[in-house]
Design a protein around this ligand. Sequence first.
Ligand SMILES: C[S@@+](CC[C@H](N)C(=O)[O-])C[C@H]1O[C@@H](n2cnc3c(N)ncnc32)[C@H](O)[C@@H]1O
Length: 236
Amino acid sequence: MAFGDFLTKRFGRQYLNTRFLDVGTGSGVHLLLLRKLGIQDVTATDISAEAVQVAQLNEFQSLGGQRICFLQCDLFTGIEAGQEFDVILFNPPGWQTPSATFLEALKTSDGTQGLAIEAMFYGERTLRRFFEQVPNYLKPGGKVIIGLNSLVGIDAVLKEMCEVQDGRYQCDWSLSERHEFPLALYTEQWRALQPLIRQEITQWVNNGLAYCRFTEEGEVMWSYEIIELAFTPRST
Ligand SMILES: C[S@@+](CC[C@H](N)C(=O)[O-])C[C@H]1O[C@@H](n2cnc3c(N)ncnc32)[C@H](O)[C@@H]1O
């Protein structure tokens, strides 16, 4: 909701003829919103076949037909070579790579039913690959908007992004919005894993790999940061 709210404020009428790409579109909610605002040229990718199916169904129900190009692929792999966009959106998996102990515990539970582990974890790995590739799909002067969860380790992710691009591009980023939310676990199976997830988060925070606030009642309050990025080629 915060990302959608930001998009409606950020992209007004002057963006109607702008090319948008939404990486990891999930339910497609943000592109449906942009399409409803009148933006014509919108493309989406998601690695999950189920997400793409749901997004296409949502598109049909909201827009009454096929108006968005949905591609099931890993990041940009389904995008034709030479295709460039004015704005690329990514609301990546919000949590970082889980520990071996957590993965072992998952094996003995049905905790991932209804929501794949890749939809929530491995955020920093996916972001590393995203940052390596994203400048190739941006028009000159194009923008990238990402929504980062503080449980992914935002400082480390941005530092690594600059290192990945060092030599090729100058990376400029600015924080547009920050929100704080309580941790929500979206499926019954994930809720059953709550103590394990909390333990995992506590370890990340204690090791300086992520940050969040614990309330007196023990609730996890994480930050959501909307960041705008630009990549300027360095002259050789
Ligand atoms: C946090 S959800 C965001 C969904 C939606 N964009 C939103 O904001 O509500 C992350 C999405 O990224 C997708 N995803 C994860 N890894 C991906 C990858 N390598 N390539 C494309 N999509 C990926 C997941 O399937 C999931 O739908």
